[in-house]
Write a protein that binds this ligand. Sequence first.
Ligand code: ADP
Ligand code: ZN
Length: 525
Amino acid sequence: MTMEPMTLDRAQDYLQKYYGYPEFREGQRNIVSSVLNHRDTLGIMPTGGGKSICYQIPALMLPGLTLVVSPLISLMKDQVDALITAGIPAAFINSTLSGKEVNDRIRAAAQGDLKLLYVAPERLELDWFREEMSHLPISCIAVDEAHCVSQWGHDFRTSYLAVAPFVEGLSQRPIVAAFTATATPEVMDDIVKLLRLREPQVFVTGLGRDNLAMTVLRGENKREYVMAYTAEHAHETGIIYAATRKEVDQLYDRLQGAGISAGRYHAGMTDNERAASQEGFLYDDIRVIVATNAFGMGIDKSNVRYVIHYNMPKNMEAYVQEAGRAGRDGEPSQCILLFNGQDIMTQKFLIEQNQQDDERKHNDYRKLQQMMDYCYTNRCLSNAMLDYFGEAHEDKPCGTCSSCTDDRELIDMTVDAQKIFSCIHRMRERFGVSMVASVLKGSRNKKVLQYGFESMPTYGTMSNRTEKEISDVINVLASDGYLALSEGQYPVLKLQSLAADVLKGQRQVMQRVARPSRTKTAGLS
Ligand code: ADP
Ligand code: ZN
């Protein structure tokens, strides 16, 4: 069945009438018309991208009822209240209701008095509920936060596995429209497979937000940076994410000490303390909130001008979600990631601490490596991000990220790269970044001597650099695909075919790097 051209115009009329918006956003238009065409649809959009409208407008236009599966009980009521205020008949059913209230709402749905009914996924596991629903004219099932069906996601919920059998138990199969902000290929595959979508149309949109300027800073003095930045932006609203409660508390104390209007948020605080912080932030009594990643679920504050990551997050999904809390109002905003080698250690430690099977651990290490690649790349950060999530984009740099605005000179690093590659080759591709850097530096540390590396021709060939500088160059080479790091706690450097081209003199390597630092004894004339 194809849609008459009028339908999308009509959808736009509804958008104006009920929401007061004149236009669909690019991604919304595609998704709405796919659903109205009775196609199973997977819509991937960042938080704040406008997912709700993608199923609410079709719900108004399709006959019967749209059932919305949503995991956040706390948000259901807000959503439904907003719909009712807009004049859209909607209700929710969850564990906060009495038996009578539940029955009343089911009856209202059966009588055709509702267009949207929100339920938590757990409800779909109940036999009596399935039985009740099987009599209703359900045209569409909208699955919100659909990544919860996947073990690869960051928020797996078993009850999402009940969605597919539920759909199949209905007398008429409805359209299934799934939504998430998580767009890794594994998660997308899982959603399609585990929700048993039929020939779905998949739309990935809006991850690149033009108003967000992405920055990665390596080797910065983090604390000084944050103090200076917050002082300079004292009248702007910002979020600073730190990895641990201890770090949150310390930063918070310093900011307060410096007279900056700061709050904090982490799981070690009481419920009351956390609620107070959250409200203070929402109502602009607090400018900067220092928080662990516990902060943010369901926070919809539009005027956040900057999100600073004091530590590298565990993966790109987490990063994009947290950084994406900046600039919801479309105004120019900053996403700044402060990165150093310690962050890698911290994340590896956390992976090792999590009791989980080998496959998951492997997956976590791979995602960590991809996060590190983002931190080390010289490429346009916006494009690197879009590529990671598989979103189509123009082949031109964004012009605002820290790679695009990097005015350090592009230096020919071919000779250094050749030294590094041949050293790795001679070490038989059995060692990690720091060991290779030690050998190139000409270090006399115990492990170097124990393996007899001091007699290798590449030993000490980069002695004019610090080991940290050499490590940085190696990491950038890995991020650019010349080298791969094996997965696991102690990754080993492997040469890739690009590196072979460099060794053969068929390819030039350019990097933006700090100039080699001079050793003290060399003196400055
Ligand atoms: P999500 O569920 O993806 O996080 P929401 O559906 O809550 O996002 O929408 C985020 C914000 O964008 C809301 O304030 C919403 O009213 C607004 N919005 C959504 N669609 C449009 C549109 N077409 N034009 C203008 N604003 C929109
Ligand atoms: Zn860029």
